[in-house]
Design a protein around this ligand. Structure first.
Ligand SMILES: *Cc1c(COP(=O)(O)O)cnc(C)c1O
Length: 396
């Protein structure tokens, strides 16, 4: 099956659709059984990780199996579990594989709330985190300690857009110890444009909140695993008690069905606007791996099949006041931290303070943009006026 067919038809196996096109919302806590035999069979199935047994609301339903199977197909993994947010998916994955005394290698460009979880909650549970340079590549081998159990990657970083050499990192980590779990936050590319489990990663995480949902109205996360680590992930997630709402899962599945057309249009619009920024005299560089001038372009071309709508702009000369003058007064770019919906968004970007292993040497603040599905010419006209406000404050 080709990718677009998978997006439309994925997740039909356990659907129980009663003839309608979309798997209905199964709202359930209690699932009742006809007799003790059926109850016994269902509970044994649920305990033995045969999870597609309707047993109890928290364990999932045909609604969640539909999305799990569809995402598994796209990620080319063994199976998927859902979490009530993208951050919940990141923390659940980490909690399932780390224990007191373990060492975690975390990329320095990671999504800020993931960093906070490591520095606060994981530290409290006796897990030590070392941050590493996103460009480490095979050099990650030198950072691995006897107690290193997880290597976490995010490529590209969602504020600074460094590309990581995932195959080199996974090969080096597994070469040191085959049981090290290599994880990736794959939200930027979505499973349509990047298949990390085919490049050596063991676990691929999505903030489905972004492109899978696609309409800025649901929080959801997913964790897709290779077969070897799935039993640990599945039982750990059950022990923690993480479960996603069937209404949210339904909306995410509905969003997924249009992922292909949305993402390709995001890519076309974003490329046009990113190239326009490159022509502007105020701009030092545009952080978008799909551009040939981007330092991560070769890795992107090798490992990805497309680029999404999120990128950064670095100015030659900048100030907080000038950037804020641009941000205040945009017609089509409301201020927002999230992204992945159909609409454009913008925020100022201050990466310096979040770094501990590497230094962010570009001028700060830059801006981060999410390019939506509006006509890009309207967006460019809006940005042009924004840069006029930027210049007026900077030079005035
Ligand atoms: C948004 C985001 C998350 C967290 O997702 P939520 O659903 O907002 O919790 C995790 N990783 C990345 C890269 C993100 O952009």
């Amino acid at each position: 099956m080709k990718e677009d067919t998978k997006i439309i038809h994925g997740g039909g196996k356990n659907a129980l659709k009663h003839g309608v096109v979309n798997t209905p919302v199964y709202r359930a806590s209690t699932v009742v059984f006809a007799d003790t035999d059926q109850m016994q069979t269902a509970s044994e199935g649920a305990i033995n990780h045969q999870k597609k047994v309707h047993f109890y609301g928290r364990k999932g339903s045909p609604t969640s199996w539909t999305l799990e199977e569809a995402l598994t197909d796209l990620e080319q993994g063994y199976d998927t579990v859902l979490a009530p947010s993208g951050l919940g998916a990141v923390t659940t994955a980490l909690l399932c594989f780390l224990k007191a005394g373990d060492h975690l290698l975390m990329v320095d460009s990671v999504y800020e709330p993931t960093r906070r979880f490591c520095d606060k909650t994981l530290a409290r549970f006796g897990v030590e985190t070392t941050y590493y340079d996103p460009h480490v590549g095979a050099g990650v081998a030198d950072l691995i300690q006897p107690n290193t159990t997880v290597v976490f990657t995010e490529s590209p970083g969602s504020h600074t857009f460094e590309m990581q050499d995932l195959p080199a990192i996974a090969t080096a980590a597994h070469g040191k110890d085959e049981n090290i779990v290599v994880m990736i936050d794959n939200t930027w590319a979505s499973p349509l444009f990047h298949k990390p489990l085919t490049l050596g990663a063991d676990i691929s995480i999505q903030a489905c909140t972004k492109y899978i949902v696609g309409h800025s109205d649901v929080m959801l996360g997913s964790i897709t695993s290779v077969e070897k680590h799935y039993p640990t992930l599945y039982s750990g997630r059950q022990e923690i008690g993480v479960a996603a709402s069937p209404d949210d899962v339904y909306l995410a599945t509905r969003g997924l069905r249009t992922l292909g057309v949305r993402l390709r249009q995001h890519e076309i619009n974003t490329m046009k606007i990113a190239k326009w920024f490159q022509t502007r005299p105020e701009v030092d560089c545009v952080l978008y791996p799909a551009l040939p001038e981007d330092p991560g372009h070769e890795l992107w071309k090798r490992d990805f099949t497309g680029a999404s709508g999120l990128f950064g702009v670095i100015f030659k000369k900048t100030s907080r006041e000038a950037a804020y003058a641009m941000l205040n007064g945009m017609k089509y770019f409301p201020l927002g931290f999230s992204w992945g919906g159909y609409e454009s968004l913008m925020c100022a970007s201050f990466p310096k303070k979040g770094r501990t292993a590497t230094e962010w040497t570009y001028a700060e603040p830059g801006i981060r943009l999410h390019i939506g599905l509006e006509d890009p010419d309207d967006l460019i006209a809006d940005l042009e006026e924004g840069l006029a406000r930027f210049n007026a404050v900077l030079n005035g």
